[in-house]
Ligand binder design. Sequence first.
Ligand code: DQQ
Length: 448
Amino acid sequence: MNDPNGLIQWRGQYHLFYQYNPHAPVWGSIHWGHAISDDLVHWRDMPIALEPTPGGVDEYGVFSGCAVDDTGVPTILYTGVRMLADGARLELPCLATSSDDDLRTWHKYPRNPVITSPPPGVDVLGFRDHSVWNEDGSWHQLIGSGIRGVGGTVFLYRSPDLRYWEYVQPILIGDPSQTGEMWECPDLFRLGDEHVLMVSPIPLRKTLYFMGSFNGHRFSPRSEAVLDAGGYLYAPQSFTDSQGRRIMFGWLWEGRDESAQRAAGWAGVMSLPRAFVPRTDGRLGVQPAPELQSLRKQHTSLRDVSFESQVMVDLRGVALELVAEISPGAATHVGVRILCAPDGTEQTVIRYDAASDLLSIDRHRSSLDLAVDREEHSTHLGLSTAEPLRLQVFVDHSVVEVFANGHTCLASRVYPTRPDSLGVELFADGGTARLTSLDVWEMASIWP
Ligand code: DQQ
């Protein structure tokens, strides 16, 4: 699987569609897979929702798109892709509707594509992926693109009925030296008093977000940042649920090579659902969906401990949630080691460097398999002087997701080889740190 698609809460159920190759665990022959959940945690696999139509405008693939409620009719806008004789890809917006409550069956609009070409006179690098919403009685659609030699861009269209679209203009054009040449998977939403625009630029291999204002035809960015600094999250999509929350999923790609993916028989996972929350300090607030707490099982905790060197945690495992609040104090580095072998030959280190204010995931010793990714990823956390490090870490076999201080995320992939690489420990280097609280839970499986 790759990108999340068509996120929508319909008749009380959450629907997660996703880019899916049913034939092999590598990218290709793109269909839409489908899963349903009542609680964002437990999912039911559904039959394939959309497949390429031989001889149709999407015969090469049904690429990414989104879902909307068209006054009671669930409607998808996706990218239909066809190969041209010269080997170039023709990417055009297509529409499909469903008439069953589980959104199992989709009917492609017979007059697809709903937009027959990119904006005239513009030399585009791609024209795909959709963000659609209704405002002031009219439908708005964003399409990801890039203008050759100019930069990544997001085009805006408007429509009275989702079928007839009028081109408006680019809402934002990036600087190719900073933000890549083509923007995949644009997603625009309001959060508090501001707007957030996410894009996944080629060739950056990470997702950027801009915070700023959208006035109906142009987006004015106030700030720009990386959505997840772990190096694995890409092509996220968000939607508003019935509680008014803005929930996001992202694709986490693999950190092992194609032969290992073929041997495993699968590749790619969804991130945990994340909720965006407005903040007053100008940053984008992100937290794991609180529903995940329903998976908490066996628990251990520690309160108010001063420590230097290690503190062993008496819970071990490959499916854990850890919540810690640590004041570095005199320590130069503090953090947590997970998936540790008893002799330390395998371990993944989540480390905060107080002097440089860098939070990192260090995978140099994550796996004895030398073929998997092992480079470190880090980001500035922006802690103020007295602010403690607040970590929430989810470990799920090869997936590690770190949430820090309500605004910083690093998702990573690790592949320990030893069955006893299960240990958890806190550490402080170079001085005494203070642990205000630590809670660790073993997490239940989401599968019956
Ligand atoms: N994945 C899809 C595209 C999108 C890309 C194809 C991003 O629609 O641009 O599988 O990962």
